[in-house]
Design a protein around this ligand. Sequence first.
Ligand code: C2E
Ligand code: MG
Ligand code: MG
Ligand code: MG
Length: 278
Amino acid sequence: TAKESGRGKFCIFSAEMNQRVFEYLWLDTNLRKALDQNQLIIHYQPKIDAGGVVNSVEALVRWLSPERGLVPPGDFISYAEESGLIVPLGRWVMLTALAQIIRWREKGINLRVAVNVSPRQLIDQSIYGDLKLALAQAGLDRCPIDIELTESCLIENEEKALALMEQFQQLGAEVHLDDFGTGYSSLSQLARVPINAIKLDQSFVRGVNDRPVSQSLVRAIVAVANALELQVIAEGIETEEEEAFVLASGVTSRQGFLYARPMPAGDIEHWLADRSRS
Ligand code: C2E
Ligand code: MG
Ligand code: MG
Ligand code: MG
């Protein structure tokens, strides 16, 4: 099929390809508009640390489309990456998250926010200057935002990426390697990249009790991370069994539908208040 023949190859238009071209064109018009017309929103998902405390949330973008309703990032982030729109979109997410942190502080809520950053944004590099400027304007000398990068960021432009990661750390941001274990990076690579944490991909914890191999893998990864003084964040925890397993494996913090779904900032405030009461 057209899909299998790969990028940049000329081929006969299939119905499936027609569909993809149509989708691309639809996004091309509408996602740009979405950014200009404030149709993007951020949901925040709490992370629970080893002591049961919530110090940090992850920012996950959504699109409230007048035509399609609430569109998940999986439906538009890869288009935004390809088109370059991820640069202004990612800037909006970062600045909106920072503004939210400041509003929360005014209400006595102290949270860090982890923001997902795409390879294209690292290559472009403007995200760093934008963040630095926004911190200065807000009068903050330590950055309360952490950066989540996937392994593909390292592959695409390694030297630039590594330098930028160190610069983020100098601002006070932590750098977290997202979806760890799904890409190409090896355990040995962890020793030479400037990161503070790895986020174990959901596939490691999913149904882990039926899969002894995952268990051994997670234990090995945690052991290496411990030796390198990296935190390990387990994502996608949905069941008590999965929670018991990650707790026994020594992960530093955890995140998943078992605790909370990603939700608007106001709901986070209520969720935190409920949690501190119980
Ligand atoms: P991610 O960074 O790995 O985020 C985790 C995804 O898993 C989120 O999906 C979250 O809603 C979902 N999730 C959390 N807990 C559970 C659980 O217990 N079970 C299951 N099944 N899923 C869970 P979401 O929000 O649809 O985001 C998907 C991906 O889109 C993110 O994966 C991230 O790669 C990307 N993304 C989201 N927001 C941004 C953004 O602002 N910028 C960029 N560049 N990428 C973003
Ligand atoms: Mg993430
Ligand atoms: Mg992830
Ligand atoms: Mg992911």
